[in-house]
Design a protein around this ligand. Structure first.
Ligand code: HEM
Length: 399
């Protein structure tokens, strides 16, 4: 395989550490080396394997019997989190997923479009006057939370607090896999908050998703309170953080590629494809962990039974051997089968919603502030082993 250009720039030992701030800054040269030199990479210090080639990541996602989700999708495990389908295998996962999937069918999601558009407009309009604002604090952190929270029937006044807690759960200190003390406290707060919500909906059901989950029955079975709580927790963490970061990555990329942005302003019908390309090129979920349930032979190496394995979505999506011109950002590319939402039994339940939020937000941003500018010097990255994106992105409306 020819050596990618980035490879030349990076001699020295090949280390992939998902907790390294250096990796958070720019993981792609390391990914290129992993694909070329160590497609079955082993990190002895942290004791995990990593798969980085498109076909290997895709195959592993589709083989849940060999690459189990029990143990959680974070390398360090899911700790004291409530039971969540993302950390289960079929058949329980499939059964629980069926209960909630009715809320996220493309049709149900399409019905949310007017509300999402109105939310986007309400958030963006005052920012035009303000000129200098933080895209994450003032827009992308707010919109997905408002959508999920209204599905769950959570009052508007609690959104900021929930977002702050979920940010704290994901944050890591440099090179340290542990959830910070503030993160542990925040996880406890989230669990208690939703335990109270579930309790309240059990006593007094409404028309929201939590009430529907409390009352749902599948094959004669009901969800336990813990499982309803697990869904709420998962939707808040998986649904918000990833979408918030996707929106930030979208405006950042289009600022870096002004020609493509100008073209999109004139051809808004291509915005849905542009969002797919953002997801491919800079997926907000960069990596998912699995547990090997048997010895697996691959590329001349053996991943032993019981090993933790990281599936590197961010690398798979840039694998030139599977995706032509994978290293280039091309908002006008015909969408390819990227892995940003996973594939197989755990395929993202919120993919239609995330796509809707991405498309509508970008339509409104490019219409209301087509000449926005970003001050990258004052931007700040999220520091998490799984999620890639900005914690702060100072922006000017530029109108
Ligand atoms: C850009 C935004 C998003 C990205 C990149 C993303 C990514 C992913 C990925 C990669 C998975 C697969 C996990 C695995 O294979 O272990 C997943 C699962 C999941 N996502 Fe998303 N997601 C996004 C938005 C959302 C939203 C908006 C929601 C909810 C409304 C959501 C809810 C879920 C749930 C519940 C699962 C677990 C499904 C299962 O285990 O069966 N996600 N997501």
């Amino acid at each position: 395989m020819p050596r990618p250009k980035e490879w030349e720039a990076m001699a020295g030992p090949l280390v992939y550490d998902p907790y390294s701030y250096h990796i958070h800054e720019d993981p792609y040269p390391t990914y290129a080396r992993l694909r070329a030199e160590a497609p079955v990479y082993y990190n002895a210090e942290r004791n995990f394997y990593a798969l980085s080639r498109y076909q290997d990541v895709r195959d592993a996602m589709q083989d849940w019997e060999t690459f189990s989700s029990q143990g959680g999708v974070a390398l360090e495990g899911s700790g004291k989190a409530p039971p969540m389908i993302i950390a289960m295998d079929p058949p329980r996962q499939t059964k629980l997923r069926r209960i909630i999937s009715a809320a996220f069918t493309p049709r149900r999601v399409a019905e949310l479009e007017p509300r999402v558009r109105q939310l986007a407009q309400t958030l963006l309009r005052p920012l035009v006057e303000q000129q200098d604002f933080d895209f994450i604090d003032d827009f992308s952190g707010k919109l997905p939370m408002a959508v999920i929270a209204s599905l769950l029937g959570v009052p508007d006044s609690d959104h900021e607090m929930l977002r702050a807690w979920s940010d704290l759960v994901l944050h890591r200190e440099p090179n340290d896999p542990r959830v910070t003390p503030a993160g542990i406290e925040a996880a406890g707060n989230l669990v208690r908050y939703f335990a109270d919500t579930v309790e309240q909906r059990c006593r007094q059901p409404g028309s929201d998703l939590v009430s529907a989950l409390v009352e749902a029955e599948v094959e004669g079975d009901r969800l336990s309170r813990e499982e309803v709580l697990g869904f709420c927790y998962l939707l808040i963490i998986a649904g918000n953080e990833t979408t918030t970061k996707m929106l930030g990555n979208a405006v950042a990329l289009l600022y870096r590629y002004p020609e493509q942005r100008r073209r999109l302003v004139g051809e808004p019908s291509r915005i849905a494809d542009a969002i797919e390309e953002v997801l491919r090129f800079e997926p907000s979920t960069q990596a998912l962990a699995r547990l090997a349930t048997r010895d697996v032979g691959l590329h001349g190496r053996t991943i032993p039974r019981g090993a933790r394995v990281m599936l590197l979505i961010g690398s798979a999506n840039r694998d030139e051997s599977a995706i032509a011109r994978a290293g280039e950002f091309d908002a006008f590319r015909t969408p390819v089968a990227h892995l940003a939402f996973g594939v197989g039994t755990h395929f993202c339940l919120g993919a239609s919603l995330a796509r809707l939020e991405g498309r509508v937000s970008l339509e409104e941003i490019l219409r209301i502030m087509p000449n926005y500018q970003i001050d990258f010097a004052r931007s700040q990255r999220v520091h998490s082993a799984n999620v890639r994106g900005y914690a702060h992105l100072p922006m000017m409306a530029g109108v």
